[in-house]
Ligand binder design. Structure first.
Ligand code: PMV
Length: 340
């Protein structure tokens, strides 16, 4: 018989069903401004997170369990622990919300599961990990509870999970996690559903994704921008108007395949993000390394103050990738707009 150690105990290993997938994302243009109704452009990182599920068995089978091995997460989904501080309580609350929504008509204490998540995305990286975990979990749990959800229902429930994680999310991350592709996305006012649409790129585009080495906390950064906007409304409205213009020109550049303009617009968007106060020394250091190695355009992606950067490397794909890796930074290629 196979055994493993969990939470200091030894028990039988659960038998898992099939994997359910969700996408990560990079925001090409418009983070933060998208929260205030500016159209953003974002691209999925396909199937970066997956979830599978098993019915509990063994000696502690009277409680559900969530594991994310690559994040070192191994927790019991107890309602009593949902009030504790930190990332674990966010995950617990997210799972409890999903179960409440899906396990309608049953006694929830009856059915215990082990939800296992594999994530290629680091936490607090600006790559949409929390939304992807929500979507993959919803897919796995809906099958487990015998429910069939439309993509729209998955997306709506994932947005509620994002509200637990981030407070006032635009809805962009869960939309990319659910639908994938390269999308234009606009949050609507007054509780209206967001609108989004795939963008047809004239030709596939190779980007590089790297990391500043510092964690970026979305809820904090979004709240900081909100406070600053309340204090300096005109400055922020002017910045968001600039981002709206960049985002519109960025979409057009993708649609006609103008890679040089695309790279210039990344740099312009990064300048707006600096003026918004969401860049940081760690981001600027990595940006400088990439530019010195020949990158044409670089910006932070996601909420900033840490987290990931996206790079339009121009002809210097290999040189930029090698230089960043020589500096000990993770760096991978993301090909967008292909027929995946
Ligand atoms: O850091 P991430 O991956 O959660 O991205 C946040 C993007 C923001 O525009 C800053 C917030 C949002 O909800 O769109």
């Amino acid at each position: 018989m196979i055994f493993e150690s969990e939470l200091g105990e030894t028990r039988e290993v659960d038998t898992f069903g099939r994997w359910h997938y969700a996408n990560g994302k990079v925001i090409l243009f418009g983070e933060h401004a998208v929260v205030y109704g500016v159209e953003a452009i974002a691209a999925a990182m396909p199937n970066a997170v997956r979830a599978c599920i098993a019915s509990r068995s063994g000696i502690d089978a009277d409680v559900s369990r969530l594991t994310i091995p690559s994040w070192g997460v191994d927790i019991h989904l107890n309602a009593e622990r949902a009030d504790s501080e930190g990332a674990e309580s966010l995950l617990i609350n997210m799972c409890l919300l999903i179960v409440r929504e899906l396990d309608v008509g049953h006694d929830q204490d009856d059915r215990h599961f082990h939800l296992k998540i594999e994530s290629e995305l680091p936490p607090a990286s600006g790559m949409g990990a929390s939304a992807a975990i929500a979507v993959a979990s919803i897919k796995a749990l809906s099958e487990y509870f015998g429910r069939t959800l439309t993509l729209e229902q998955i997306n709506t429930l994932a947005l509620r999970c994002e509200e637990i994680a981030h407070g006032t999310p635009s809805g962009l991350d869960n939309t990319l996690a659910t639908y994938g592709g390269v999308l234009r996305f606009k949050k609507m006012e007054g509780g209206m559903p967001s609108v989004f649409e795939p963008i047809a790129l004239a030709r596939p585009l190779t980007l590089l994704v790297t990391h500043s080495g510092k964690k970026g906390y979305t809820a904090e950064t979004v709240a900081r921008v909100r406070r600053n906007k309340e204090q300096f409304p005109e400055k922020h409205l002017a910045l968001f108007a600039r981002v709206a213009d960049i985002s519109a020109r960025g979409r057009a550049a993708l649609e006609v395949g103008d890679e040089s303009l695309f790279a210039v617009l990344l740099n312009e968007n990064q300048q707006c993000l600096r003026e918004l106060g969401v860049s940081c020394d760690e981001i600027e250091r990595v940006l400088t390394i990439a530019v010195c190695a020949g990158a044409e355009g670089v910006k932070l992606t996601g909420s900033g103050d840490g987290g990931a950067l996206i790079i339009a490397p121009g002809r210097a794909v290999d040189a930029v990738q090698t230089k960043l890796r020589d500096e000990g930074l993770m760096c991978f290629q993301l090909n967008i707009g292909g027929c995946s």
